[in-house]
Design a protein around this ligand. Structure first.
Ligand code: DC
Length: 228
């Protein structure tokens, strides 16, 4: 178990559009755990960087801003950034374009990873989704899942979430972000050897969630001892 047995932690990593957020939220409900969208935290910092006219490649100014920033994530999905409701704005194409660079800032990562661990400790565990949960935030998570899907399916899903842009431009942004997120210097997206890989291209959300519940140690009669 994560943290010497005190916490029940499920780590869900994968590229954009792999279904992480929906699956993680539904899995958290099924397990009666809280859910944390860590990508939203990197987006919140990026939103503040852009709103204050800071250059995303100014490492020191971005790090200082992140370290002082108040990010509140309400259970209903509302995200307050220094008390401003930025729930919609953090998903804008401008934030999506700049978030990878902000997420490659080592001091920003250190700050947000520490907040993610604190969030989890306070709740006695949780379902965390992101890019580095199983590799950095909780390498000893009780269950590590790597969700993936074909590039085409992922672009279609992201385009459906946003009326703002075409599927072609979403596909271009995803491909650029995937390449950056998996090749970046600091804590890149990667599959750990002990993660369960689930390709969600041809699966419904229900199928994925039902499958994952059976893999959580102690949560199902059908629990798979190989992941303990
Ligand atoms: O999941 P998302 O697309 O909302 O994530 C936004 C960006 O944040 C993504 O391009 C990579 C980064 N990210 C990260 O580096 N580490 C995480 N744990 C979560 C997201």
């Amino acid at each position: 178990m994560a943290d010497g047995g005190a916490l029940l932690v499920v780590a869900i990593d994968g590229p954009a559009g792999s279904g992480k957020s929906t699956v993680a939220r539904r899995l958290a409900d099924a397990l009666e755990l809280d859910y944390l969208d860590t990508g939203a935290m990197y987006r919140a910092v990026t939103f503040a960087v852009l709103a204050r006219g800071v250059e995303p490649d100014n490492l020191e100014a971005v790090a200082e801003l992140a370290e002082a920033l108040k990010i509140e994530m309400e259970p209903d999905g509302t995200i307050l950034v220094d008390s401003v409701n930025a729930t919609t704005e953090i998903r804008s194409s401008e934030v999506s374009r700049c978030v990878s660079e902000v997420a490659n800032n080592q001091r920003v990562r250190r700050e947000l990873v520490s907040r993610q661990r604190e969030w989890t400790r306070r709740r006695g565990g949780g379902v965390l989704e992101g890019r580095d949960i199983g590799s950095v935030v909780y390498p000893d998570a009780d269950l590590k899942v790597y969700l993936t899907a074909s590039a085409e399916v992922r672009a279609r899903r992201r385009a459906m979430e946003s009326a703002e842009v075409s599927e072609e431009s979403v596909a271009r942004d995803l491909a650029r972000r995937d390449a950056y997120d998996s090749q970046r210097q600091n804590d890149p997206l990667r599959q750990t050897d002990d993660a369960i890989i689930v390709d969600t291209s041809d699966m419904t959300i229900d199928e994925v969630v039902t499958h994952l519940v059976t893999l959580v140690p102690g949560r199902s009669d059908e629990g798979n001892p190989s992941v303990r």
